[in-house]
Structures are given as structure tokens and as C-alpha cells.
Design a binder for this molecule. Sequence first.
Ligand code: SF4
Length: 289
Amino acid sequence: MTAWLKDIAKWEIGRTLYLSVPFTWLLPKARQLALLHKGPVQAGGPAVQLMPDYLADVAAVNRPCPVEPLLFHNPLATFTSRGCPNSCPFCAVPRIEGDLVELGRDWRPAPIICDNNLLAASRRHFGQVIGKLKDCDFPFVDFNQGLEARLLTPFHIYGLTMLKNPMIRFAFDHVNDEAAVADAISLCRKQGLKDFGVYVLIGFNDTPEDAQYRLEKVWEWGALPNPMRYQPLDSLEKNQYVQAGWTDTLLKDYMRCYSNSKRFGQLSIINYNPGRHDLPLLEGLVAAE
Ligand code: SF4
């Protein structure tokens, strides 16, 4: 799978510099790029949508772009819908995209689907998405931003089974979601689906014990946990926020411990020894513009 850029995407057309900024902590860097450029600058992306004033004096912000910025972040990624009808308090999507809008048949086919809540779309749209992906015969399809477990139905599962090597992702952000995620994985597995990832938000209205429980529950389900450290929506520096009951070191240890289980196996935080286990600090996958 082509890796995500995870940085500012930048390109020039004529004298104009275009910046697509996925995360707010990249805004200071975007500002420097804009100041150094000799010519017009146009900036967009989720970070600019969240904090448009930050670059407003050095760039034209949130204007229509002549090319699709997502191609610079990951050319294998696409959207078939935008927005989400939910309003999870830690999430930027409702603030910058609003309610769900289906993109009809006009979306660019690609195997990494970045929809924020594809299952909230109509059955008609979901069926069309599956049909188009199936026609493209991609060797894999990754529902990269997660499927809402509570909305999963046999209709959806049937569609997912029509695809080659689908990577199914859910989110287990609160312990109250346990039954819904467990049931969703179990139902999928009964129909032959076998690759599951589960995003687990940590450091937001939880405790280390609660996070450990959710992360290790994902292992019990035979799935890969993908811990996501909470970042406030206006962070100009990454990993500065530390929820009461946590420390920065503990949050980093959790990220090291649980995001490496695909390569290094299931190492519980209880047995994690930073001096002995030299694990890289991996960051979760996040969609860009
Ligand atoms: S976290 Fe997911 S379900 Fe919640 S608002 Fe964001 S996109 Fe919607």
C-alpha cells in the first residue's frame, strides 16, 4: 500500500504555490513555506478549514483547487462521500464537513476508501460503491477511516464479501461500544471476512486502564488495534495534550506498545519495558483533504 504523505502536500502551478495541510500542527510550517514563496500562495486542507485565520494573511485560504489534493497525499485513496451525521466531540469532520453528502457516481475509483462514515450513506450509494470497486478489480480494498459498527447490516457485509481482500476497520473509542464492535466483527467473520483493524482513541475522557482494556479486547477479537492519541482540534504542536490521569510518557508508551503488534506481536503495557523493547513510535493513519 502506498504510504500516506503525513505532511503538507505542496505543488506549484505557474507562479502559484498550493499547500494542502492535513493537521493543525503543520500550520506553522505551512506559514513558513508561504512566507518564503515568491508569488501567490493558496492553502487548504482540514487544518486550514479548522483554523482559517492562521494563514489568512499569507495565503488565499479554502479556495477551490484546480487539482485534487488527495492525489498528493496518497494517490490510492479516494472519497465516495463527505461528512458525517454524528458529532463525536474529538472529531474534526462534523465541524469542517457537516452532515453526510454522497458524491453520487462521480468519485475517482481507488482502493483506499476514506469516507468518514460510509455506512451512514444510503443503501443505493453503498451498493454503487461496491459495484464500482468490484468492477475495478482492485487487489485489495481498505476502508481506511473505519466503518461504524452500529450501522453494519447483513446487506453491507454481503457487499464487502464481493471485494478482493477487504480490510475492514472499526473504531472502539468508548467502552460502551464494545458489544457493537464485537458483534460487527463476529458477523463479518461468519461471512468469511478476515482482516480487521480497530482504531482505539486514547487519552480522551478515559484512563490508562480503560484504554488498556479496549486495546487488548481488540486482540481478543483477533483484530489489530490501531491506537490514536487524542489531539485537540486547534493543536499547533503535536502530542502536547495530556489528559488528567495520564502522562506524556505513558501515552507514548501505549502508542509504541499497541501500534506495533502487527510486527512485534502482542505485548501488553503491563510487560512493556522501554529499555528492553525498542519499539518505534508509530502514529495512526489519518485521512487528508
Ligand atoms: S469520529 Fe467518525 S462517527 Fe464520529 S463524528 Fe467523526 S467521522 Fe463521524
